[in-house]
Design a protein around this ligand. Structure first.
Ligand code: PBG
Length: 327
């Protein structure tokens, strides 16, 4: 008998054999591109800590989504930056707010050819930068008063044309509150993608520059999940599904692939993974120094997230990846 008998390299010998044997596919249709729209600017404003990303105007976001649709990207998720902030974050449910304007323009332009997801949070809209109403007592944020406001925001986003509402503030009961508000207002068909396993991560830094949403004091550790909280994340996912989440998210993605894997195996709803701003910035920073090959690193990052079990990937790489994979 010749040695070794098991020669796995036989199926890796040529590009054609490797292609035939590839276990996980990458496709633009799984990708969700995060986009920022800012009120009161005339031209798009580049975001230094997120190379290639900008704060959009309404016309520029329409143009950007046109390119993404053309490239086959499955969905976009919108974040708004209002001209004025206040203690309650009332810009978030303004019928003429920046996200509502963008949603209406995108729906008009693209009809049902792209999925429109609206991120639902108050941190971009409050003057203190927290994700809900400040509490009187020891808690930073008043959970239950915040839920009422989330309901209003969800309804205004649905009215403006969102297919999916994605609450990212990690308040307890947010899915039930939003589901109830949507159903009452005549939007039973609008879906909820819950940021269920959202960890209090150091990797949101560039996003907070982009969304102008860093908390003015304190931190988000009393509402976002602890980075060591594997079981805490599973409990939270279970709860959000019980409250009616149509899909759930794990965030960040790369640093929490173990959580992603487990959520995929235990639950049957679609699972999204958010490759966050810091994960994107890391790859770009290394590539700028010539320490990594950008395209190869990008594809490997996205492949790892798919392999761990993500159905959908929220990523700032969406456009570059779609271009690379098409070519
Ligand atoms: C707002 C929100 C954040 C992100 C998405 N929605 C920031 C935060 O929680 O502070 C982070 C996304 C990213 O880093 O790419 N609640």
């Amino acid at each position: 008998m010749s040695f070794p008998a098991f020669r796995s390299r036989r199926l890796r010998r040529t590009e054609a054999l490797r292609r035939l044997s590839q276990e996980v596919d990458l496709s633009a249709r799984h990708l969700i591109a995060p986009l920022f729209v800012k009120e009161g600017i005339r031209e798009p404003v580049p975001i230094p800590s997120l190379p290639g990303q900008v704060q959009h105007t309404v016309p520029s976001v329409v143009a950007e989504v046109g390119e993404l649709v053309e490239l086959g990207v499955g969905a976009v998720i919108l974040f708004g930056i209002p001209a004025r902030k206040d203690p309650l974050g009332s810009g978030a449910w303004d019928e003429d707010g920046i996200v509502q304007q963008a949603l209406r323009a995108l729906r008009r332009e693209f009809e049902d050819r792209v999925v429109l997801v609206a991120d639902l949070c108050l941190c971009e809209y409050t003057d203190h930068g927290h994700c809900g109403v400040l509490a009187e007592g020891p808690e930073t944020v008043d959970n239950d008063r915040t839920l009422e406001l989330y309901g209003r925001v969800a309804v205004s986003q649905a009215r403006a044309g969102a297919d999916v509402i994605a609450p990212s503030g990690v308040m307890d009961g947010q899915v039930a509150a939003i589901r109830h508000a949507l159903d009452q207002a005549g939007f039973p068909h609008v879906a909820i993608l819950s940021y269920a396993a959202k960890f209090a991560s150091a990797f949101y830094g560039p996003f907070r520059d982009a969304a102008e949403s860093a908390p003015r004091f304190g931190h988000r550790r009393s509402y976002q999940l602890p980075p060591a909280g594997f079981r805490a994340a599973l409990r939270r996912v279970e709860e959000d599904i019980a409250q009616g989440a149509d899909a759930v998210m794990v965030k960040p993605a790369l640093l929490y692939l173990d959580v992603l894997r487990e959520v995929r195996q235990r639950f049957s709803v679609p699972v999204a993974a958010y490759c966050v701003s810091g994960e994107y910035a890391m790859v770009h920073a290394a590539a700028q120094r010539g320490w990594l090959d950008l395209q190869a690193a990008m594809s490997e990052v996205l492949l790892s997230i798919r392999r761990a079990g993500a159905d959908w990937i929220l990523t700032y790489f969406a456009k570059d990846a779609a271009r690379t994979w098409r070519a």
